[in-house]
Design a protein around this ligand. Structure first.
Ligand code: NOJ
Ligand code: CA
Length: 485
């Protein structure tokens, strides 16, 4: 499956206010169908106080007014369905906004502690500050794994568990195909305030037994509705533990580690990362791979050093992985990280540069918004755009589209077992199932591999398509190919 991740504020503005919206996404479905993706994952669409742009929810049953209305969402889901595209929402169960009415009206739904001098313990939040803030109104401390504007929900409360059953059911009934679940692997925090913190930032430790209990509960709700998907963000310290989140087929269906967006672009490193995930899943086809994300520097900048050859090789590697691949909007164009001056930054954590408007055309507004309108974040280099690449068979967009089509055509490329192949240093080489091999030269030197056979089905260098390889394969720097028997 290929999932296309849309950051809704930045995809398409339909009403000229400079902010992308749901009706805008509906307008662009033709493009997404042409590209060939199976599903959309929308970053949070709920009303939010925007301290973390959607990840601080004030109402789990609604739509952010900047993005449109519930009707707009229904319309998007229906229109996408007509094109064979499923829609996943981004559920944020770990915390709400401080401005969620529950915080005052249902304080038991949050995690509180009493302490006189300073925070109740040494746990830290994602910004490496104490994971506790004193509430002026009550004098008590509330826990927050992320920002102080994002108080952690108390998942020991039956009321919270029941409420989320209702939230899931509400959206499933509206025809949502499933959820990407934010921070799924740590949704229930330890009750023991003396427990050792975890991870590089000493975050509040999860209670894993209870996490699994909650995942099973969500899965039971999902299964009531038939073919629904729970794709959990499982950003854990120990990749070996990933498989546990699948339970016995009764928890998440797909796990999303965060390994590629932080890995270096060396064949040996990437092989290690992929092998680790594959091993932990024990043969189950449940990995979700992505190279860019709304939390990381876009891969053409991070891996590609803004060199188109490197970006193209990376796309072959990525779309040659087993399981589910997420393309972050613009990845298919080789859209780069945008360097933004501090004066226009919107995100506390400095992630704006990967969240700039989709580059549709080289004109004022970039095809994202009307000419003369100030977009909520400035556009990047508009010379990289859909309009320019769509009709050009040599473009990165065309390569990406062909890779997606080839995944549909060759089941082995999609689901075939991954096995690392012998190759010179700097070369990514794996077989997929019995009939497919993916080879990418991630180095600046010409390389030769032996023992490789097949027909080149797709290559970064288009003229190589159709070439028969019998034994030896020579690749120019940053060249990549997919071979099939
Ligand atoms: C993980 C999300 O991917 C990130 O964007 C967000 O800031 C945190 N969770 C908090 O919800
Ligand atoms: Ca708008």
């Amino acid at each position: 499956m290929v999932v296309y991740q849309v950051y809704p504020r930045s995809f398409q503005d339909s009403n000229g206010d400079g902010i992308g919206d749901l009706a805008g996404i509906t307008q662009r479905l033709e493009y997404l169908e042409w590209l060939g993706v199976d599903a959309l994952w929308l970053n949070p669409t709920f009303p939010s106080a925007d301290a973390d742009w959607g990840y601080d929810v004030v109402d789990y049953y609604g739509v952010h007014p900047d993005l449109g209305t519930l009707d707009d969402l229904d319309e998007l889901v229906a229109a996408a369905g007509r094109r064979g595209i499923r829609v996943l929402l981004d559920l944020v169960p770990g915390h709400t906004s401080l401005r969620h009415p529950w915080f005052r009206e249902r304080p038991d739904r949050y995690v509180w502690a009493d302490a006189d001098d300073g925070p109740p313990n040494a746990w830290l939040s994602a910004s490496a500050a104490p994971a506790w803030t004193r509430d002026d109104a009550t004098g008590r401390w509330y826990q927050h794994t992320f920002r102080p504007e994002q108080p952690d929900l108390n998942w020991w409360s039956e009321e919270v568990r029941d409420e989320f059953d209702r939230i899931l059911a509400f959206w499933f009934e509206r025809g949502i195909a499933g959820f990407r679940i934010d921070a799924a692997a740590r949704v229930v925090k330890s009750r023991d305030l003396a427990a050792a913190p975890v991870g590089p930032w000493s975050r509040p430790p999860p209670d894993l037994e209870q996490v699994h209990e909650v995942l099973r509960r969500w899965r039971r709700v999902a299964d009531r509705y038939g073919d629904r998907l729970l794709l959990g963000q499982t950003w854990i310290e120990d990749t070996g533990g990933l498989g546990a989140f699948l339970g016995n087929g009764d928890e998440l269906q797909l796990v999303q580690p965060f390994t590629l967006p932080v890995a270096q672009f060396y064949a040996s490193v990437l092989h290690e990362v992929v092998a680790e995930v594959e091993t932990s899943l024990g043969g189950r086809d449940a990995a979700v791979w992505q190279a860019s994300s709304h939390d990381a520097i876009r891969f053409p900048t991070r891996w590609g050093a803004c060199d188109e050859r490197r970006t193209r090789a990376a796309l072959v590697l990525l779309l040659g992985l087993r399981g589910t691949v997420v393309l972050y909007y613009g990845d298919e164009l080789g859209m780069e990280q945008v360097h933004l001056p501090a004066a226009v930054a919107r995100d506390h954590w400095g992630r704006d540069g990967c969240r700039t408007p989709m580059q549709w055309a080289d004109c004022a507004g970039g095809g994202f918004t009307d000419a003369g309108v100030t977009a909520w974040l400035p556009c990047g280099d508009l010379q990289v755009n859909v309009e320019g690449q769509r009709g050009d068979p040599a473009s990165t967009l065309a390569l990406c589209r062909s890779l997606i089509a080839l995944r549909r055509e060759l089941p082995d490329l999609r689901d075939g077992a991954y096995r690392r192949l012998d190759a010179p240093p700097g070369v990514w080489a794996c077989s997929r199932g019995d009939g497919v091999a993916v080879v990418a030269n991630l180095s600046g030197a010409v390389v030769s591999l032996s023992g490789i056979e097949g027909i080149v089905r797709l290559a970064t260098e288009r003229t190589r398509a159709g070439e028969a390889v019998a034994g030896a394969l020579r690749l120019e720097p940053w060249e990549a190919v997919v071979l099939a028997a």
